[in-house]
Design a protein around this ligand. Structure first.
Ligand SMILES: NC(=O)c1ccc[n+]([C@@H]2O[C@H](COP(=O)([O-])OP(=O)(O)OC[C@H]3O[C@@H](n4cnc5c(N)ncnc54)[C@H](OP(=O)(O)O)[C@@H]3O)[C@@H](O)[C@H]2O)c1
Length: 347
């Protein structure tokens, strides 16, 4: 794979990491320059949203156009609101479960929907269903005149063997209530797209990597703590969060009615064992394994996204090297494990 030649060998600080994550590509700048209307990011305060907002602001600056990026969340962590304002995002505090509050939001042409609830589903499934279906219902109702990129997950697909990653034509077969509610989220957006003619793109993501969290972070952490790496899930796909966010913004140009579907992840199928061994080598630490190896994993065929947007700018091999160094130097962790080894859908 050809990667960006301007990428550093290692990432040495959080400011360097943020700068890399939010560096707009020429294609994104060109897309933003030609896209009409402002942007609104719903659920901006999470692991991906802050860097997505920052990426959008930087792309607008480089395009030399006048556009506002609005960012909506409850801002349960007030520092994320301050950070977003300092970057140039206009923040709006709103609980999107509240239909009346959603009705007060400004009408914006380009919507990125990132709200979701996963962890804590076991034991509080009704809240997960409310977040993953009622919030989308409020949003499709209010933003019916907009284009909507709705974040979803590769977990709506069945578990598969290596070599049979599902493409967008494979029927969903979600396992467990979290994944089922994510299919519910998609179905509500599809319904809105059909009922109101709203252009929608369902963006099915498999594992974003930002070094402070993610599957590679979780495996590196096990190695660093001398804990065994679980081989229960033998394989996975990842994508650099900068590329995932770039593709999300460019999906605004691929919204349609009925809704379009796009798998978003890297082209490489990574095996847990190989990744752990590579991380261990770069980290100079021994690796121990546990877990009954299974044949089945969540995998996703992103050939369509690659045909539309080109290959991601950072190859998996580079991400592994960055992650090893980040973890060994004590780079910040969000303390939000992915639980990627869960296959029974119970989060
Ligand atoms: N990260 C990944 O690798 C990955 C992989 C597959 C799919 N996805 C999907 O991509 C999306 C974004 O991922 P993420 O990791 O950034 O998610 P996240 O960290 O869980 O962020 C979700 C955001 O939604 C906001 N939110 C939650 N409930 C809300 C409500 N009622 N009203 C307004 N805002 C609300 C949260 O902020 P407040 O609490 O402050 O409101 C937070 O900003 C999610 O839908 C997820 O399903 C992510």
């Amino acid at each position: 794979m050809i990667t960006d030649l301007n990428l550093p060998e290692i990432v040495e600080s959080e400011s360097q990491l943020d700068a890399l994550l939010t560096r707009p590509s020429d294609a994104l700048v060109d897309f933003i320059a030609n896209r009409e209307g402002d942007l609104i990011i719903l659920g901006i305060a999470g692991k991906m949203g802050v860097s997505l907002g920052h990426l959008a602001v930087r792309a607008i600056e480089r395009a030399g156009v006048r556009k506002t990026v609005y960012g909506v969340a409850r801002f349960s962590r007030p520092e994320s609101q301050e950070q977003l304002e300092s970057i140039g995002v206009k923040t709006i505090q709103c609980d999107l479960l509240n239909r009346a509050a959603v009705a007060q939001l400004p009408q914006i042409k380009n919507v990125l929907f990132m709200v979701g609830r996963k962890f804590g589903t076991a034991g509080a499934a009704s809240l997960t269903w409310a977040m993953n279906t009622i919030v989308p219902a409020n949003v499709t109702e209010h933003f019916r005149q907009s284009s909507i990129v709705a974040f979803s997950t590769g977990c709506v697909y069945p578990l598969v063997r290596i070599g049979s990653a599902p493409n967008e034509r494979v029927a969903p077969e979600p396992i467990g209530e979290y994944a089922q509610s994510c299919l519910g989220r998609e179905r509500v957006f599809e319904y809105g797209s059909r009922a109101y003619g709203t252009p929608v793109c369902l963006y099915r993501l498999n594992y974003s990597i930002d070094l402070r969290y993610g599957v590679l972070h979780d495996i590196a952490e096990k190695i660093q703590c001398d804990e065994p790496v679980d081989l229960g899930v033998p394989a996975f796909n990842v994508i650099w969060q900068g590329d995932a966010n770039t593709q999300a913004l460019m999906c605004l140009g691929h919204c349609s009615s009925p809704a379009n579907i796009l798998n978003v992840t890297g082209p490489e199928t990574l095996t847990t064992k190989d990744v752990a061994e590579q991380l261990g080598q770069w980290m100079g630490m021994p690796v121990r394994f546990t877990g009954k190896p299974s044949d089945l994993s969540y995998l996703s065929d992103s050939a369509r996204a690659t045909a539309l947007f080109g290959a991601p700018s950072v190859a998996a091999e580079q991400l592994i090297r960055w992650q090893a160094h980040w973890s060994m130097m004590g780079g910040r962790s969000l303390g939000k494990p992915t639980h990627f080894t869960v296959t029974d859908g119970s989060y």
